[in-house]
Design a protein around this ligand. Structure first.
Ligand SMILES: [Zn+2]
Length: 337
């Protein structure tokens, strides 16, 4: 389980406190069709009912209840989780999720309940105990998920912990400081890309993970999210991080598999984005300078074909960019009207 993944998801939870307004930056890179995939499928995936009750560890139950009750949602409790607009297909690289129709920018693709919510740092025996308390069907759904077969720490784990590490999200429950591992079986089928076409965030009001399209997506295109916040990392740094956290032997997304010249340009853009982020953090009192830097970040992201909100090491920089991007979008819309 990756702490980076935790940080990223936690920050997206913060950002989705208000209705999400995805970015509409147009892509300058070719359409992304190939992504890193996990192991090949063996049979048709089983599915659970969309409102099934997750397997929650006894120690976490009071915390989860407190978080959900405090969020007191009036939302519909069945947000299209039963039929997401994608098909899980086997490709030469393994499973992938492919759009079954044209998807709109900002469209909610799925809002999925976790299959299980277990504490972090389980021993092999504890993981087995949690697993055995799931129903037969839940166990089957769990075991059908992929496990990483590459190098790295995940490879040496027993099957249950390896599947959880490969597919799980580490989420910090708001207001508690407690982190747990959540597995979402349908969302687990979505592969990683370093310039994804979808974005995910946890909605604790409904206890569901939501996936949104952050660009229009043509039918039959592979759907992708980013597993780690890697916008400020060069290709080599991304390969290292993905290998360490998930055991990927290499990322096969279009950014990582572009020509050496294109990779060099991409690395330069990402290095500059990182530097600019650092400049925003240290130059907070220079408002004019901050705006110039945020605008430059926007241009670089556009060139990079990165449509999600970037995440910087310092959360305040990520939030500053999110505000700037929102204002930019609004000014575009107003300019059109
Ligand atoms: Zn990549």
């Amino acid at each position: 389980m990756s702490s980076n993944r935790l940080i990223r998801i936690a920050s997206r939870v913060t950002r989705t406190a208000t209705p999400r307004s995805p970015l509409t930056l147009s892509s300058t890179l070719p359409r992304r069709r190939t992504f890193w995939s996990s192991s090949a499928p063996t049979e048709t995936p089983l599915e659970l009912a969309s409102n099934s009750i997750p397997s929650i560890s006894d120690s976490l139950l009071p915390i989860i209840l407190a978080v959900v009750l405090a969020s007191s949602s009036s939302q519909d409790d069945d947000d299209n989780a039963s039929s997401p607009p994608w098909r899980v297909e086997a490709t030469s690289k393994g499973f992938g999720a492919f759009a079954t129709r044209q998807l709109q920018l900002g469209e909610l693709l799925i809002a999925e309940r976790p299959l299980c919510i277990w504490p972090q740092g389980l021993s092999e025996a504890q993981a087995k105990e949690h697993f055995q308390r799931m129903s037969d069907k839940e166990q089957k759904v769990f075991l059908q998920l992929s496990r990483t077969e590459g190098d790295g720490p995940v490879r040496d784990l027993d099957e249950i912990r390896a599947i959880r590490a490969t597919n799980g999200f580490s989420l910090q429950m708001p207001g508690t400081g407690v982190t747990a591992g959540f597995v979402f079986p349908r969302i687990a089928r979505i592969n990683h890309s370093c310039a994804p076409n979808c974005s995910q965030s946890m909605n604790f009001e409904t206890l569901r993970m939501e996936v949104y399209a952050i660009t229009p997506i043509a039918s039959s295109t592979e759907i992708s999210i980013d597993y780690l916040p890697l916008i400020t990392s060069t290709r080599a740094e991304r390969q290292r991080a993905l290998k360490e956290s998930f055991g990927f032997s290499s990322c096969l997304c279009p950014v990582c598999t572009a020509s050496p010249e294109e990779v060099e340009k991409s690395d330069a853009r990402r290095r500059e984005i990182k530097q600019l982020g650092e400049g925003v953090r240290t130059g907070k009192n220079d408002r004019k300078g901050t705006i110039i830097k945020l605008e430059r970040i926007r241009v670089l992201l556009q060139e990079e074909g990165y449509q999600s909100l970037p995440e910087f090491e310092d959360m305040s920089v990520s939030n500053a960019y999110a505000v700037y991007a929102g204002m930019y979008q609004r000014s575009l819309r107003e300019g059109r009207e």
